[in-house]
Each structure stands twice: as structure tokens, then as C-alpha cells.
Design a protein around this ligand. Structure first.
Ligand SMILES: [Zn+2]
Length: 558
């Protein structure tokens, strides 16, 4: 047996033992091509040999296969250990875990939201719990009507599933009912002090005159609140005026807003503040664990007073560190401004850190999920960068993406002196590790498009056109030789190419929104929108649109 055959024999045995005695030729070829890139040029022969050897191995039966492996001194691989994630267990888990993801509808989700969504989802899976999607839209001025649709779309792309859905603007009567109840309990009061005067008192741990108003007067003011002007009065929750954090002292529960709500119009003028609506909902919806960033520590503290006043059980609050996004996410308000001013094409502009922009560029949701699980819920701050995301995505794309030749900045080259017999068809595996996926065929007649840069960088040198021939770039471009060995001897750079006579136009939208144009091999016409590919020597990309003879891709990364 020659070395290659021995190699195939070994991998065929391993594959057979792994699959109850029955090896798959495609899988064997895949492993060999992956671990021995030097054999890729012999793809055809390897495929043929593997098929023969796999038949032979499969005829041995499992017991004999194991003996053969032992003879070769090969150890079966132990099953992979489950990957460790940064996700520690939840504290105090009872009968059912109920979690919620609660975004503001101020725009679509961005990568920062993905963390909360994915972590909640993972815990729901771990504890067979329930996930609630709650859209928190009680600030009429910060509502983007499109967000009600974009948020569920983004979550679906992330693979997050929820069992119940609530929109807070549907629940206004509930907040009003509990606000009134809180007044009746003597735990909240209407405050008509100008904001700066209240602040002065509060900062000195002093109560304002409203705090000790009779219940009757308090309720009277509360009833009149919808007819008052914005800022004329607020409803305050009694906390501790000596609390070390002044922000927590008698915080505002309800306020007047003079603005139409994009969803419920002018039906209400008295709106709950975030902390009030959140605590009421978390209680009523039976939320057992609240995952939130540590920038919400003071909010958790505020909310605990409500639980105390109403006699409710406090859910477990779990705070995690900040996610610093180097070079990634622009704030939603800055992105919106850029869109309004025409600087960005929309929420999926490749320069933005929104989920839809990331998706459009060919980042897989699984890469985002892996990133968030890796970061987990630790209290220390974490940093993410594009580089980090690209690394995780590349791991996934390397398997998924089939390969094609596309030449951006193309320059036509006519090869002089090409021997007639070398004209014909070049066959190349769509993916060297997965021969089952088949071949692409590129007609080769001596006239090709090469990348301008490849030509410029290799003047007076030999250049190898992948899987075809070697050329010399002199004053004119001439045929040099055909074998890979020859190319190696000349230390020739190996470059991709596109037949000049047979191709489609290609446009590549870069992460900075600039566009590159060129030609792509004809086999790419079989692609469908959303397919992820590797443009050889260019990088990974996602097919964004397709019209006859023209393909537009969004570039992901190298
Ligand atoms: Zn007051």
C-alpha cells in the first residue's frame, strides 16, 4: 500500500468505528483534505481511492475494524466534552423559572440587546422555563412605531423564542390601578414642588411639604392629574430620605406627558416611569429572575421599595457587567440621526451595530450566540470587538461557505503561447473538506480576469493561476509551465482568476459601505440570496441580491 492508501485506510477505519461499522466515503475524504491540504490537488484520485477503500473497510464488520485500528496503534477519539460556557446556574430556582426580555421600542435591536435576549433564552432552556417578551413603551417620546415589528424579527433571527408577549402601553389601566392603591396604602404621594426645590430638600434628606398631605387631598390631586400640565405634579414613592444614594430617595412613579403615544394616541396623559411599570409587571407576570446590567443596580434598589410596600416577593436580581463594544455599536439615537440625514442607508447599513446590519453582512446568529455565552453573566465588564466576532463567525463559516472565484478590480489578461491542449475546463471542489458538495467548472481558454493588484505586485515574475497553469508577467503575459511543482520552484504566488468569456458581474458592499466591482465565475449563479460563500483570497460574504448576470454580496470579513 502506498502512503496515501494507508492514510485513507486509517481514516476509513476511524470513521467506520465512529458510525457503528459503516464509514462514509465523503466524510473520509473531507477529513483527509482538511488535514492534508497538499493532497487537494489530487482530489479526484483521493475520492476514487476512498470510495474503494471504504467499501473494503465496511465489509470487515465493526469487531474486525476495531482490531485493525489497534494493529495500527490508533486510539479512538474520546467524545468531545461539552463546551464550557460562562453561564453559571441561577440562584434559588423553584418550580418554574420565568424570565423576561424587555426592550424599549426605540429602534431595532442592536448587539447589546442580543446579550440579554440570548442569556435569558439559554436559562429558559436550562430550566425548562418560560420566556416573556415585554415591550416597554411607556415613554411616548421614545417610541419608534416600526420597532414593534423589528424587535420580534430580530429576536427570531437570533433564534430566541418566547412563550408570551406583552406591550406595556396595553397595560396602562393596570399601572393606574396600582398607583392609586399605593397612595391609599400611604406609600406614595402627589408632589407639586418644582423639581429643583424638591431636589434641594431631598439632597439634604428633608421631606417636601407634600409628603405628609392627608390621604383625601392626595387622592384629589391624583384624580386631577390627567388635567394638569406636564411637570405640574408627579407621584412619588416613599422610600428612605436618608438613603445613601439621593437618586433612590422618594423616586417618581408616575408623571404627566404632553405627547401623543404612537400606538395608543392621546388616551392617557399620566404615564408610569420605567421603574414603576417594570416592578408591577415583573410581579404580575410572575418573573422569578431578572437579568440586567449592573448599570441598573440603583433601579433594582428603587424597585425593592415597591415590593416592600405591596408585600410582594422580590424576584432574584442578577446583575452583569457592562459590555464595551469597541468600534461596533453606535447608539440607537445616533444611528437614527444618521439615517434621517441620509448618511446611512437604513437600519441595516453595514456600518451599524444593529442585529439586521450584522445579519446582512453574513455574520451568523450562532456566532453572536457563542460570543454571548462565552461572556456569560459575570459582573466584570467585558469587551467585544469586530475582530472577536469575526473570529467566531469564521469558525462557523469555514464549514458552511462554498468557495468561488471573484475578481474585484479586474484586469483582462491574454496569455500568449498557451499550448492548445491546455485549453479546456478547470474543475475545482466547491469546498475542499466536503467533496460531496461537488465541483465548479471554469472554462479556460487563455483569456482571464486577474486582480489588478496581483498583476502589479508580480511584474517580471511567475504567477500560478489556481488549478490551471503558470504564467510569466513580462511586457506581455506568456505561458510559462503547467505543473504546481514548477510554480513552487519559481516561488510563484497562486492567484484566483475568472474566465473573461464566461462570468457574471459582481458587486461587493464593504463594511464601510463602499462598493467594489468585478466579475465572478458562472457557477455562482446557482446561489440563492442569503447564501454565505467564501470568495477565494477575498473573504467571506453573503449574497444580498441577485439579478440575471449580476450578483451583489455584502462582505463579512477575511
Ligand atoms: Zn413636594
Amino acid at each position: 500500500m502506498e502512503d496515501v492508501e494507508k492514510l485513507i485506510y486509517k481514516y476509513a477505519l476511524l470513521n467506520a468505528v465512529k458510525h457503528k461499522g459503516s464509514a462514509q466515503s465523503g466524510a473520509v475524504v473531507g477529513v483527509i483534505m482538511g488535514s492534508h491540504p497538499d493532497l487537494r490537488e489530487e482530489g479526484k484520485r483521493i475520492v476514487k481511492l476512498s470510495s474503494e477503500i471504504v467499501d473494503e473497510v465496511n465489509s470487515l464488520g465493526l469487531q474486525k475494524q476495531k482490531e485493525e485500528l489497534q494493529k495500527l496503534g490508533v486510539q479512538e477519539k474520546a467524545p468531545k466534552k461539552q463546551e464550557k460556557t460562562g453561564l453559571s446556574d441561577l440562584p434559588n430556582v423553584g418550580d418554574q423559572v420565568v424570565l423576561r426580555f424587555a426592550p424599549n421600542p426605540s429602534g431595532p435591536l442592536h448587539i447589546g440587546h442580543a446579550r440579554a435576549a440570548i442569556l435569558n433564552q439559554e436559562y429558559v432552556k436550562r430550566y425548562d422555563g418560560k420566556l416573556i417578551l415585554r415591550v416597554e413603551d411607556t415613554d411616548p417620546r421614545r417610541v419608534d412605531p416600526d420597532a414593534y415589528q423589528m424587535i420580534p424579527e430580530d429576536l427570531k433571527w437570533l433564534g430566541v423564542e418566547w412563550q408570551e408577549e406583552y406591550i406595556q402601553s396595553d397595560r396602562m389601566e393596570i399601572y393606574h390601578k396600582y398607583a392609586r392603591e399605593l397612595i391609599e396604602l400611604g406609600k406614595a404621594y402627589m408632589c407639586t414642588c418644582p423639581g429643583d426645590e424638591f431636589k434641594k430638600l431631598k439632597d439634604h434628606s428633608k421631606s417636601c411639604p407634600c409628603r405628609d398631605m392627608a390621604l383625601k387631598d392626595n387622592l384629589g390631586l391624583w384624580n386631577r392629574m390627567p388635567d394638569m400640565d406636564e411637570g405640574e405634579a408627579v407621584l412619588r414613592v416613599k422610600t428612605d430620605l436618608n438613603h445613601k444614594n439621593p437618586a433612590i430617595r422618594d423616586w417618581v412613579a408616575m408623571r404627566i406627558v404632553n405627547a401623543e403615544h404612537p400606538r395608543i394616541g392621546g388616551k392617557f396623559r399620566v404615564y408610569p416611569m420605567m421603574n414603576f411599570a417594570v416592578a408591577v409587571d415583573d410581579h404580575l407576570l410572575g418573573i422569578t429572575h431578572v437579568l440586567r446590567g449592573k448599570d441598573h443596580l440603583a433601579n433594582s434598589e428603587k424597585q425593592k421599595y415597591l415590593y416592600q410596600h405591596f408585600g410582594w416577593t422580590v424576584p432574584e436580581f442578577i446583575h452583569y457587567g457592562r459590555l464595551k463594544m469597541e468600534d461596533i455599536a453606535l447608539s440607537t439615537s445616533k444611528a437614527r440621526k444618521g439615517i434621517d440625514e441620509g448618511e446611512y442607508a437604513g437600519w441595516d447599513d453595514p456600518r451599524l451595530g444593529t442585529i439586521r446590519a450584522i445579519a446582512r453582512r453574513g455574520i451568523m446568529s450562532e456566532a453572536i450566540k457563542n460570543l454571548m455565552l462565552e461572556i456569560g453573566v459575570k459582573i466584570a465588564d467585558s469587551t467585544v470587538s469586530w475582530k472577536k466576532i469575526y473570529g467566531l463567525n469564521r469558525k462557523l463559516l469555514e464549514e458552511v461557505a462554498n468557495r468561488y472565484f471573484a475578481v474585484l478590480n479586474p484586469q483582462e489578461v491574454v496569455i500568449e503561447g498557451l499550448p492548445e491542449p491546455l485549453k479546456g475546463t478547470v474543475k475545482r471542489l466547491k469546498h475542499p473538506d466536503f467533496p460531496d458538495r461537488g465541483y465548479r467548472e471554469l472554462p479556460f481558454d487563455g483569456t482571464v480576469y486577474l486582480d489588478e493588484k496581483d498583476i502589479k505586485d508580480n511584474q517580471n515574475k511567475v504567477l500560478r493561476l489556481m488549478d490551471a497553469i503558470n504564467i510569466y508577467l513580462g511586457e506581455e503575459v506568456t505561458y510559462h509551465s503547467s505543473s504546481l511543482e514548477e510554480a513552487r520552484k519559481e516561488k510563484a504566488r497562486i492567484v484566483h482568476w475568472v474566465p473573461a468569456s464566461s462570468n457574471s458581474s459582481v458587486e461587493l458592499v464593504m463594511p464601510d459601505a463602499t462598493r467594489k466591482n468585478g466579475f465572478i465565475e458562472l457557477a455562482a449563479n446557482e446561489l440563492k440570496v442569503d447564501d454565505l460563500v467564501q470568495l477565494e483570497r477575498v473573504g467571506f460574504a453573503r449574497l444580498d441580491s441577485y439579478e440575471y448576470g449580476k450578483l451583489t454580496f455584502y462582505y463579512a470579513h477575511k
